[in-house]
Structure formats: structure tokens, C-alpha cells
Design a binder for this molecule. Structure first.
Ligand code: MGD
Ligand code: MGD
Ligand code: MO
Length: 768
């Protein structure tokens, strides 16, 4: 069906600003913010969708990786999950005439909001090298062109294959198999920009780059520390878990430069009392930390734990756990003894009293969970900061016991599963060995490029073909101008997508878009309707069943697209990978899962296990048995040098974050309800005292410049200043608009994740 897309492109004039909210509530907002899209969806399709989200026999919500409780409610979804589903399931489609009507030059001027609102993509399109337009092509032609391009490269390493974390386990496994059979480990993914720092820190210290808690642990916790995360917007169902934990007696502490509404008070839409009453107070303590101050805070907390033990020996540390399971205690204790409290106060912007209070809560709690997300992972010292989370937890044995653990909360709904399935530029040798045994093919061993290195390789002319399984890479990666120039320098870009975004307008010389089915849709193949599987933040794997008819005939699933791309590319005699049953995979995903069962540890009997009512949980050494399979075979306490962020006088540290009405680069509406912003996104939030000292006024238009040694300033023009209660010296603006300010070379140590949360900026009154 084609209908008129519900919006015109909107400029940012006329932004309305009101006071930020002090509480979060679930569903009501969705009706308002998604009204145009909801009207088009119709009552029947809407009801079918809303009663299938996250239900057994239904589909997995694609909005985040928060786990499902065992006792699901009839409506087990949140406002933002509903938005994601409505956005995908719209019956509006991009008509064939669209491509001749709109040139790429024109599409590149449109906002992400406008692009997304044009509806679902339904036919493959191709842009020749000498044209500024895509034109519809058949599937066969599209695959032949991709295969011809890939097979003409002088090395497989001249192509890179990106994955966004919405791809199912089946699509991800098939994709990495294709890419490795083709001959490269160039498998960058969105995780490189997201929880890579978590994976790096946890693998080294505890031997697995994943959460050590299960869903039930939240109810058993005595203390939950939520660091650098905004669950009210990004993981709203987590609020129910926090509310339940609260009812069971837990204390909750939030550490954040912003007083995020949901961390103040939560009105649970699933309960009448929640809707009508004042809601539940979530945070018992709020530490308004400076950007990047977490590492100093964590060290200060660990130092206080050691001091308390010294004052009352044998009562604070978990000596048995430390002796049996850990290594590195003495070095850590010696290092923390030298910690300078004045430096801590400067880095955190907190008082010693506030840190004492949290230390006291931690020492009194017998079961502590620390959760974190992008506020911790997207900093220069992110890996070290996460290692300090581990240090603090280990000191009191808070890993591998009920109600306790390290809980990175993942972003994309299957980003964790994609990694488990082999989407990583540096999969460990054991995985590659298992692939070789299973498929009888040599696997490439050279480490591939990650997201930032892919751009660098394009800049050097080393990567000339870019294939994306979902996502919006040029919209999501740092340093927009540099990234776009690099992408435009490639020979061919291929996007496998549900909807239009900037990456379809900023392309290589030749470009192809392959439209795909979404997770909500029935995926009917020759062997019958297919299911796929996903893994959530707590390592639980389960099936996802499409429930509504596809938006158009002829759409292919991601698995089918990958299989056909592989067949076209590898199919000719003598090419590695030609012996793999791609045609079989395409029609029956069980065949693919039989390979997964033999290659991926913990997935034995995969076909049977994902069909169980509750799915199954992957093994996890630290959580299950306090087994740590890192290089030293024990949980590692580490020494990390504090290196406070320097912000020159007259400058601010700016973080980029998500509004309430977006999913990464997908913009649902121009509002950010909890922060009091309506009808626009070009705002920069600044503390009122900083505004006064910079001589700026609330509401004024400014240009934002980011400074990086040896390079010209990057800038954002004409942003409206919003006086906001953020920590002193700190500012905030929305991602992806503010990506232009993040220098490509500003990345986290060791994980190479763009430093999206601490950019040194200068604000100047806008010219004119
Ligand atoms: N509706 C919706 N859901 C989503 C997404 C979405 O865009 N929309 N995105 C998904 C994805 S991919 C991800 S990764 C997650 C992201 O989930 P979040 O990490 O919650 O996302 P951000 O908006 O980046 O918010 C970062 C939070 O950390 C705080 N913060 C920033 N810097 C610091 C710091 O230095 N220290 C501390 N302690 N706090 C800091 C910010 O104030 C903010 O509250 O959400 C997922 N879920
Ligand atoms: N400055 C700054 N930059 C950031 C961040 C930040 O906080 N600040 N966050 C980073 C993080 S955490 C992440 S995860 C990345 C996100 O980076 P990406 O994952 O690359 O970006 P998304 O915006 O999630 O991708 C959205 C697109 O995915 C496609 N899509 C949606 N559903 C499907 C599907 O089912 N199948 C397929 N094939 N395609 C689909 C649609 O075309 C849609 O336009 O951005 C990162 N960039
Ligand atoms: Mo993410």
C-alpha cells in the first residue's frame, strides 16, 4: 500500500521549551507522539502487534535488549517499544516513482526524520556510478552486481561488512559465514560504537564480555547502582524491574550528570495506583557527577571499602571470595592508598560526604548490582572505568551470587546475540577453529577493521566496498563530515534496510539498497513460516515469530538476502564456500541452526532449545559457578591510572545523547517529553551557572565548536541554548546531530569506541 507519508520536513524554528519532568510514566505519550503513524496502521494491525510484543509465540521487541521476565504481562512492552513497532509496521511504502523524483543530492539534504517517514522500502534499487538517481532493479540483477564487484576486488580485505544489532542470530551467523568464506574478518558492527569498552574490560577481568546477572537478580538485590544510563527512555521496562526491586527492599542509587526523570519517580502504567498516584520514588540517592568522573568515584568508593575493612578487620571484604577466586588484591590496595581525594572531588564534582554516603550503602549491602550503559562506555577511559566497576564488585564478592553482579545493559535488541554468532572483527581462535571444522574451509585469521578503523581504511583507499546488514553507519559514526567523505570515496555501497536513512543518500560510486522484512512480519518460506532467535542483555535466548503479513510482496528476509548474496558471490566453481548449502538455509532456517548448534558454545540442541516456552540461557562462568576463563584463570583486580579530563577555561564538556522520541538515528518525533523540549532537536543543554559565567542567555542561539589539537574546529551552527540542571561544566546535545563534533581520532583507549560523551566545546553567540 502507498499512502501519503505523514510529515513534511520540519525545520527547527519554533522549538518549545518547558520545565523538565520529575517523573516518568509508560504508555500515554505514545498515542500523542506517534499519532500520524498510528492512524495509518489501523486498529486490527495495531492490536495484533501490541498483543504479540515480547510474548511467547510473538516477536521480540526490537527497541532494546532488556530481558523479558518469566511472568509476562499481557502487554509486555513500553512506550518506546510501541514506537519502534509502529515505525516498522507502517503500511506506508516508498513508491517506485520516488527514485526518479528524488536525486541522491536531494535526499542528502533531508533530515533523518523525513527519510524515515517515507515508509518501508519494498524493491531493490541500484544507483549506477554516473547517475544521481537510484532505479528499481530485480533481485537477481542486484545480487549479480554485488557479486561482480566483490569478485573483482584484488583482496577480500578491500571489502567491509557492517552489522547493526537488530539482525537475528540466524542472519548474523549466515552473514559472518559468508564474509569469512569470502576471506575477510572485516566485520565492524554497531557494538564498536556502543558496549565495546564493556566487552574489552569484562573479558580481561572476568573472562566473559557479558552481564553476570539474571533477570531475577534484580529482585534479590539489596543495592542497585545505575551509572551512566537513562532507562526511562532507553530501557523503559527496566523501570518495572527497579520498581519491583524497590518493593522487595532494595536501595537504588543513580549516578548521572543529568537528573533523568525516570530515575526520580516512576508511574507504572501497568498498575492503577501507578497511573493515578504519585508513583514510586526510584533513586534513594542521586550523585550528579561530572562527565567522565565515574572512574574517580569508583576508585574513591573502593578506597573507602578498604578503609572500613582496616577499621574493622574481617567485616567488610569478602576474604574467602578474594582468596579463592581473585588475583591482584595487594597491587590494587597499594594503588588506592595513594589516591588523592582532592583529585577525586575535582574529577567528580561531588562532595566527600556524598561519596561517603554511597560507600556506606555499598558496605551495608550484601548483594549489589551495578548497571551501566553509554554514559560509562563512550569515554576515553571507559575500559579502565569498567574495570573499576569490577574492582568494586569483587572486593565484596558481588559477582556470582544471588542479587549481585555486573550488569551492562545492552542497546540494540540483538547486539549481544550477533557477537555470540561471530559478528566481530576479532573473533577468538577457538571460534574460527570450530568454523573450520564445521565447514571444512580455512577461516581468515588476520584481525579485521572495527567501525572507526573502517573509516580510516576508506580514507587511505584500502576499503572500496561497504556492505551493511541494517543500521545507518554514516549517521551513527563519529565525525560526520570525515565519515561521509570517506564513504563517498568508495566504489560500491550496499544497504540491507527496512527504511530510508542517511546512509542511502551518502554512498559509494555505485550503490544498492536491498529492502528486507522486519521482525514483526511473517516470514513465509518454502518449508513454512520461519522463526528467528535473539539473545537479550542477560544471555537469555529465545525465538521471535513474525505476526503480521509483510508490507509488500516480494520482500526477502535478512537470511534469504545474505544467502543469495553468498550464492551469487561464492557460487562459481572453485571459490571457497561454494560447498555450503546456501539454498537450503534460505528455505529452512533449521538447517542454519544445526550449524550454530555445533559451532557456538552453549548452543547445542539449538533448534530444540529455542522452541522451548522460555527459550534457554547461555552458560556464563562468572554467574553460574564463579569460574573465570580469562588469561589468569581468576577474577582480576586491576590497577588503573586516573587521568582526569582536562577542560580548558571557558569551555564545556559536551555529551551527545538520545531524546525520548528517537531510536538511535531514527527520529520518531521532534519532542523530548521528559526534558521539556518540543518541536525541535537543535538544542544544547547548559547549567545556568555556566551560562552566567559564559555571558550567555537561556534561549539564545549559539554556534558550538569542538576543539581538537592540530585540527580546525568542527562546528554546529545556530543551536538554541537551554538552561538545564546538568552538572557544572557539562553540556548535552542530541545524537546524531552532534556527531559532527566528535573527532574520528577521539576514541576510548583499547576499545576504540568514539568518545561521544565528553567533547571539549566552546559556545559562541550565533552570528546574525
Ligand atoms: N527508545 C530508545 N531506546 C533505545 C535506544 C534509543 O535510541 N531509543 N538506543 C538503544 C541503544 S543502541 C543503546 S546503546 C541504549 C543506550 O542507552 P543509554 O546509555 O541510556 O543512552 P544515552 O541517551 O546515550 O544516555 C546516556 C546516559 O548516561 C548519562 N551520562 C553521560 N555521560 C556520563 C558520565 O560521564 N557519567 C555518568 N555516570 N553518566 C553519564 C547521560 O546523562 C544519560 O543519562 O539504548 C537502547 N535503547
Ligand atoms: N554521538 C553519538 N554517536 C553514537 C551514539 C551516541 O550515543 N552518540 N551511540 C552509538 C550506538 S550505542 C549505536 S548502537 C550506534 C547505532 O548505529 P546503527 O545501528 O548503525 O544505527 P541505527 O540508527 O540503529 O540504524 C537504523 C536503521 O536500521 C535499519 N533497520 C531497522 N530495522 C531493521 C531490520 O530489522 N533489518 C535491517 N536490515 N535494517 C533495519 C533502518 O533502515 C534504520 O534506518 O550509534 C552510535 N553512535
Ligand atoms: Mo548501542
Amino acid at each position: 500500500m502507498t499512502a501519503k507519508p505523514p510529515v513534511d520536513d520540519v525545520t527547527d524554528d519554533g522549538i518549545e521549551v518547558s520545565h523538565p519532568k520529575h517523573y516518568a510514566v509508560g504508555l500515554p505519550g505514545v498515542v500523542h507522539s506517534m499519532e500520524p503513524a498510528l492512524r495509518q496502521l489501523g486498529a486490527r494491525r495495531t492490536l495484533e502487534l501490541m498483543t504479540s510484543i515480547n510474548q511467547q509465540g510473538g516477536f521480540d521487541c526490537m527497541s532494546c535488549a532488556w530481558p523479558d521476565p518469566d511472568h509476562r504481562k499481557t502487554l509486555e512492552f513500553c512506550e518506546n517499544g510501541a514506537k519502534a513497532v509502529i515505525w516498522e509496521a507502517t503500511p506506508v511504502t516508498v513508491p517506485s516513482t520516488f527514485w526518479s523524483e528524488h536525486s541522491l543530492t536531494e535526499l542528502a539534504e533531508k533530515s533523518e526524520y523525513w527519510l524515515g517517514m517515507q515508509g518501508r522500502l519494498t524493491e531493490p534499487v541500484y544507483k549506477p556510478a554516473d547517475s544521481d538517481h537510484y532505479r528499481p532493479v530485480g533481485w537477481d540483477e542486484a545480487f549479480e552486481r554485488i557479486a561482480a564487484n566483490l569478485n573483482a576486488l584484488d583482496s577480500p580485505n578491500r571489502a567491509a561488512f557492517y552489522t547493526s544489532g537488530r539482525a537475528s542470530n540466524e542472519a548474523a551467523f549466515a552473514y559472518q559465514l559468508f564474509v569469512r568464506a569470502f576471506g575477510t574478518n572485516n566485520l565492524p558492527d554497531c557494538s564498536n560504537m556502543c558496549h565495546e569498552s564493556t566487552g574489552t574490560a569484562l573479558s580481561e577481568t572476568i573472562g566473559i564480555g557479558k552481564s553476570t546477572v539474571s533477570y531475577d537478580d534484580f529482585e534479590k538485590a539489596e543495592l542497585i547502582i545505575v551509572m551512566g544510563q537513562n532507562p526511562g527512555t532507553n530501557h523503559p521496562r527496566m523501570l518495572t524491574a527497579l520498581e519491583d526491586a524497590k518493593k522487595a527492599g532494595a536501595t537504588i542509587v543513580s549516578v548521572n550528570p543529568l537528573p533523568e526523570a525516570a530515575l526520580e519517580r516512576y508511574k507504572n502504567p501497568q498498575s492503577v495506583r501507578g497511573m493515578l498516584g504519585k508513583g514510586t520514588v526510584i533513586s534513594d540517592q542521586f550523585l550528579q557527577i561530572r562527565l567522565g568522573g565515574d572512574m574517580a568515584l569508583l576508585q574513591a568508593l573502593s578506597k573507602r571499602v578498604l578503609a572500613a575493612e582496616a577499621a574493622a578487620p574481617g567485616t567488610v571484604l569478602d576474604r574467602v571470595f578474594l582468596d579463592e577466586h581473585c588475583i591482584g588484591f595487594d597491587a590494587l590496595a597499594a594503588h588506592l592508598a595513594e589516591l588523592d581525594e582532592a583529585k577525586v572531588i575535582e574529577a567528580t564534582g561531588l562532595t566527600s560526604g556524598e561519596i561517603d554516603e554511597l560507600a556506606d550503602r555499598y558496605i551495608r549491602s550484601n548483594a549489589t548490582i551495578i548497571t551501566w550503559a553509554m554514559g560509562v562506555t563512550q569515554h576515553k577511559k571507559a575500559v579502565a572505568s569498567i574495570k573499576e566497576i569490577v574492582n568494586l564488585l569483587l572486593l565484596r564478592g558481588n559477582i556470582g551470587k544471588p542479587g549481585a553482579g555486573a550488569s551492562p545493559v545492552r542497546g540494540h535488541s540483538n547486539v549481544q546475540g550477533d557477537r555470540t554468532m561471530g559478528i566481530w572483527e576479532r573473533m577468538p581462535p577457538a571460534f574460527l577453529d570450530a568454523m573450520e571444522r564445521e565447514f571444512g574451509l580455512p577461516m581468515p585469521r588476520e584481525v579485521g577493521v572495527d567501525a572507526v578503523d573502517a573509516i580510516r581504511a576508506m580514507q587511505r583507499g584500502e576499503i572500496s566496498t561497504w556492505v551493511s546488514l541494517g543500521g545507518n553507519f554514516v549517521g551513527a559514526i563519529s565525525d560526520t563530515a570525515a565519515a561521509e567523505a570517506a564513504m563517498r570515496g568508495t566504489g560500491m555501497t550496499v544497504q540491507i534496510s527496512t527504511k530510508l536513512n542517511r546512509s542511502h543518500a551518502v554512498t559509494g560510486a555505485e550503490a544498492i539498497i536491498l529492502p528486507t522484512l522486519g521482525r514483526t512480519e511473517i516470514d513465509l518460506r518454502e518449508s513454512g513460516p520461519q522463526i528467528v532467535s535473539v539473545e537479550d542483555s542477560v544471555c537469555a535466548v529465545h525465538a521471535s515469530h513474525g505476526r503480521i503479513p509483510p508490507v509488500a510482496d516480494g520482500l526477502l528476509s535478512e537470511v534469504a538476502i545474505v544467502s543469495r548474496m553468498a550464492r551469487a558471490t561464492l557460487g562459481s566453481a572453485g571459490v571457497s564456500g561454494a560447498g555450503i548449502d546456501w539454498a537450503g538455509f534460505e528455505d529452512d532456517y533449521d538447517l542454519l541452526r544445526e550449524h550454530i548448534a555445533r559451532v557456538v558454545p552453549g548452543c547445542e540442541g539449538y533448534n530444540e532449545k529455542i522452541r522451548r516456552k522460555e527459550g534457554f540461557v547461555l552458560p556464563n562462568g562468572p554467574r553460574d559457578s564463579r569460574t573465570f576463563t580469562n588469561a589468569v584463570g581468576k577474577a582480576l583486580l586491576t590497577v588503573n591510572e586516573l587521568e582526569p579530563l582536562v577542560c580548558p577555561p571557558g569551555r564545556l564538556l559536551l555529551q551527545t545523547l538520545r531524546s525520548h522520541d528517537q531510536f538511535n538515528t531514527t527520529i520518531y518525533s521532534l519532542n523530548d517529553r521528559y526534558r521539556g523540549i518540543k518541536k525541535g532537536r537543535n538544542v544544547v543543554f547548559v547549567n545556568p551557572d555556566d551560562l552566567a559565567s559564559l555571558g550567555l542567555a537561556d534561549g539564545q542561539l549559539v554556534d558550538v565548536f569542538s576543539e581538537w589539537p592540530g585540527q580546525p574546529d568542527r562546528s554546529l551552527r545556530g543551536f538554541r541554548v537551554v538552561s538545564y540542571p546538568t552538572a557544572r561544566g557539562c553540556a548535552a546535545a542530541y545524537f546524531p546531530e552532534a556527531n559532527v563534533l566528535v573527532p574520528l581520532d577521539s576514541t576510548a583507549e583499547r576499545s576504540n569506541t568514539p568518545v561521544s560523551k565528553a567533547i571539549v566545546v566552546r559556545l559562541e553567540a550565533a552570528a546574525g
